[in-house]
Design a protein around this ligand. Structure first.
Ligand SMILES: [Zn+2]
Length: 168
């Protein structure tokens, strides 16, 4: 199971096994030194870089990394991406699947398009309160979802009329 490891950079570092690396079709080489991944030892995913590195390169990065709080949003996005492939220790109970639902001017945001996340948790679907992203521009929202590597599921005729489509 992937797990966060203690470090002093201010960023997260996640220890991952070879099996987990192959689950997201990683290349099997360290993103820093290009050394082939040794199957018998764990490697490290550094979300703020979106790199997977060997233990030696992890230590080196840890010594030299500079912390910039503006990078935390990118880090969070990459952790969400990783969670599509791995369960992270201590977060086993968090929702495994998030559906991003695109809305057309729903009653709580009558002037906007928006994305609202629906979390699948314990066999139930729970929409978040409020919105994930709000915009006047439907294309902008669709581009965001595409950039998150999600795929579009067309609306079902039984969906609420304010639902345009869903992305997972
Ligand atoms: Zn390396």
């Amino acid at each position: 199971m992937a797990k966060y490891i203690d470090n002093k950079t201010g960023f997260k570092i996640i220890e991952v096994s070879y099996k987990e690396i192959t689950s997201w079709e990683g290349f099997g080489i360290c993103d820093h030194c290009n050394e082939k991944i040794n199957l018998s030892i764990n490697h490290f995913y550094i979300p703020v870089l979106n790199h997977c590195v060997c233990p030696k390169c992890k230590d080196e990065w840890e010594r030299n990394a500079k912390f910039y709080p503006e990078d935390l949003a990118y880090q969070a996005k990459n952790i969400e991406w990783l969670k599509k492939y791995c369960i992270i220790e201590g977060e086993e109970d968090l929702p495994r699947l998030i559906i991003y639902v695109l809305y057309d001017h729903p009653s709580d945001f009558p002037n906007h398009f928006l994305i609202r996340r629906h979390f699948i948790l314990g066999g139930r679907i729970k929409p978040e309160k409020g919105a994930f992203i709000v915009s006047n521009d439907l294309d902008f929202l669709r581009q965001k979802l595409k950039k998150m590597d999600l795929i579009c599921i067309p609306r079902d005729e039984t969906d609420d009329p304010v639902i345009i489509e869903s992305w997972i």
